[in-house]
Design a protein around this ligand. Structure first.
Ligand code: SF4
Length: 76
């Protein structure tokens, strides 16, 4: 059953500037690889740390989708 509880996260690595903000704010969700961030896992539970990472990215390359696949702006 789709409960609507999960988020999907991804990083557009072609635009990521590698300042590690998302990794320091949400280390469970993001990690660095070859100087750029990537999602550790595609599906995460909605959390304040992921929302903070989303908001802290200076180039807005973190994409968060809700369980329906719709892009959302967590924290807003
Ligand atoms: S905060 Fe944004 S620019 Fe910085 S490492 Fe994470 S995805 Fe890349």
């Amino acid at each position: 059953m789709n409960t609507g509880a999960d988020w999907t996260i991804e990083v557009d690595r072609s635009v990521c500037i590698g300042n590690k903000m998302c990794v320091s704010v949400a280390p469970d969700a993001f990690e660095m690889a070859e100087g750029k961030a990537r999602a550790r896992t595609e599906n995460v539970s909605p959390s304040e740390s992921v929302a903070d990472a989303y908001e802290s990215c200076p180039v807005s390359v973190i994409v968060v989708r809700d369980a329906t696949g719709e892009e959302i702006e967590p924290g807003n």
